[in-house]
Design a protein around this ligand. Structure first.
Ligand code: ADP
Length: 620
């Protein structure tokens, strides 16, 4: 059977009514929780940063999470220094008058004393207002009171001793400072009184609680090396004057000769090394979360009291360094404050840029070094090859010369033979003519010397030696080369003309290499004039150019060099000769350049080619 629209109408109505009821009750209930919070602190404001941090965190969290504005009132009950029924009654009366006509949505009680008063006064001040508590030791609150929730803390002397053990490896003694624990009815340190007796038997405990400040300073300045100081708040100098506890800690830290363990985060940075500390920011945020739940209409009965997560192991790096505490001995999960950050963490962008620049620079330097090494190696290789090539070239030249030299050698050897035969005849007819005999023998000696000189010159040219620098007379170079090619020149009908320098000159270089240069130029010149019909002449001239250079010019009256080939003649394998190798001038130019000079080719204005070799003069 199908349901008609009319049949479904009552169901629609019932549904709409339900939705309306839910929205209505919700908004009525939401309006029933006033958006105002009253914080009751048991301390006074000057007790310091700890309560200020709780308050700041609580306030920030509530104001950022709530969309609507919330009024937050704060009252310092100052129960640590002021007590007594009259004071309390006065406070009670003051609050009644002050908040008459102000609806409070949630009361926050910070500290066991504040919670006690809030519960006591709620009957006539805030009958149905839920209470959130914080900084109340688990021993200080029993079952969850009606319309109340909160977080408990658990400070213990045991935790302070384990922190002391972590920073003093051979710990034998702890020195406990603070207000006498028995007198601290409202603070979470009260139960330290019973704990102090039950501490590990191997540990000696020196109880200095309640000692006047002047004596304390004296005591903590001469403690043995195996001890640590456990600091719980001190509020007076023991003779009536009142301190904020943070200042008392600073005075003690200046005098102490051993590290100070603290139970409160806000004492870190004032000279304490750290310990298991209450972090007030977490306390404030936990309380704020509960306040937000209650403002949203949650029932405190559904929010069980739990232990706060605000106790953390925190240590101060600067103080640890002072006492040479080993970070690896700290409790697992410890936070280390004031540790200098590596520079790249402090300035990540700048460090990245610098790192990139340094990397690029290193890469660049490496490339330059690599390149320069490669170049040096290539230069050394080229030099070695040049020497090798020069030697090959000299052997080839010597090969060319050898026919002429053989002919040249024939002369002194033939003469020697003739002289020797004459000597034999003279000996045969020995008529005592000794002067003639002496003349013949001297001729034999001279011709033999000439022959050996020719051989020496040739051998010297063929010697394969590494570069040897020595002082050289440029005119002597021409002289030597002209002697080497004398026979060849004679054969070709070429006159060798040496025009020496007008003054003695010296250059520094490798004699054999420079001889090779001149030899190449002179042989080329002889070859070029060989075909000429007229007078064939090759000139070697030496002259100073200026104070520091000399030029050696080899010129001829041959056909010269085609103008467009003047540069090409120095290129390897350039030759116009049928049996030429084309290496002579290329090698010659390299040799001259390694001697710091240069070699150029030009045509004379009249006729023939002219090669000029410019070299640095040797400094006197
Ligand atoms: P090669 O003598 O084996 O040809 P070189 O390098 O000594 O090699 O000479 C290269 C070329 O330069 C010669 O082939 C020649 O054309 C030219 N040359 C060199 N010296 C002269 C000169 N004095 N007169 C004319 N041409 C020359």
């Amino acid at each position: 059977m199908r349901a008609s629209g009319r049949d479904l109408l009552p169901i629609y109505c019932a549904f709409l009514a339900h939705v309306f009821l839910v929205i209505f009750t919700h908004s009525v209930f939401a309006q029933a929780v006033p958006r105002s919070v009253l914080i009751l602190e048991e301390s006074d404001a000057v007790r310091g940063q700890f309560y200020a941090s709780i308050h700041a965190a609580l306030r920030t969290r509530i104001l950022t999470e709530m969309r609507e504005p919330v009024s937050i009132y704060i009252e310092n009950l100052d129960l640590v220094f002021f007590d007594g029924q009259t004071y309390e009654d006065g406070l009670h009366e003051l609050l009644r008058e002050k908040y008459r006509g102000r609806d409070i949505g949630v009361v926050v009680a910070i500290g066991a004393g504040a919670l006690e008063r809030a519960l006591k006064w709620r009957a006539d001040l805030w009958t149905d207002t839920p209470i959130v508590f914080a900084v109340v030791d688990s021993n200080q609150t029993q079952a969850q009171p009606h319309n109340t929730t909160g977080r408990t803390i658990r400070l213990s002397l045991g935790d302070m001793v384990s922190a002391a053990n972590a920073v003093v490896p051979n710990l034998k003694r702890v020195v406990v400072l603070g207000e006498p624990f028995e007198s601290q009815s409202a603070t979470p340190f009260r139960q330290f009184a019973s704990e102090i007796k039950a501490l590990s038997p191997g540990l000696s405990v020196v109880d200095l609680t309640g000692m006047p400040m002047a004596e304390l300073q004296e005591e903590v300045s001469r403690l043995p090396g195996d001890s640590a100081i456990l600091y719980t708040p001190i509020y007076s100098d023991g003779s009536g004057a009142y301190f904020p506890a943070a200042e008392a800690l600073q005075i003690i830290a200046r005098a102490a000769n051993r590290p100070i363990i603290t139970p409160v985060e806000t004492y870190i940075g004032l000279g304490a090394i750290g310990g298991y500390v209450l972090v007030p920011r977490i306390i404030g945020e936990e309380a704020a979360d509960q306040v937000l739940g209650l403002l949203a209409g949650k029932d405190p009965a559904t929010m069980p009291v739990m232990e706060s997560a605000s106790l953390k192991p925190v240590f101060d790096w600067t103080v640890m360094e002072r006492w040479r505490a080993d970070p690896s001995r700290l409790p697992v999960g410890s936070e280390i404050r004031n540790r200098p950050q590596p520079i790249w963490r402090q300035y990540p962008l700048q460090s990245a840029v610098i790192a990139i620049i340094v990397l690029m620079q290193s890469g660049f330097i490496a490339a330059v070094l690599y390149e320069s090494r490669r170049r040096r190696r290539a230069e050394a290789d080229a030099h070695a090859r040049m020497i090798e090539l020069a030697h090959v070239n000299r052997r080839a030249t010597a090969g060319e010369l050898s026919t002429a030299l053989a002919h040249e050698l024939n002369q002194p050897l033939g003469a020697t033979l003739a002289h020797a035969e004459s000597a034999l005849i003279v000996l045969d007819t020995m008529s005592g003519n000794t002067s003639m005999m002496a003349e013949i023998l001297s001729d034999i000696r001279n011709e033999t010397l000439r022959a050996s000189e020719i051989i020496v010159r040739l051998r010297r040219l063929l010697k394969k030696t590494p570069t040897e620098l020595e002082k050289i007379d440029p005119d002597q170079l021409i002289e030597d080369v002209f002697k080497l090619v004398a026979t060849q020149a004679l054969e070709a009908g070429v006159q060798l003309l040496h025009i020496p320098s007008v003054e003695p000159l010296a250059i520094r270089g490798d004699n054999i290499q420079l001889q090779q240069v001149i030899l190449n130029l002179v042989i080329n010149a002889i070859e070029s004039v060989r075909a000429s019909n007229g007078k064939r002449i090759v000139v070697g001239r030496v002259a100073r150019v200026d104070i520091s250079t000399v030029e050696i010019v080899i010129s001829d009256n041959g056909p010269g060099i085609a103008e467009d080939k003047l540069a090409a003649v120095f290129e390897p394998f350039f030759t116009t000769k049928a049996d030429g190798m084309g290496m002579g001038l290329s090698i010659a130019r390299t040799i001259v350049e390694t001697h710091g000079g240069h070699l150029k080719a030009e045509n004379k204005e009249t006729v023939g080619a002219k090669f000029t070799l410019v070299l640095p003069l040797m400094s006197q």
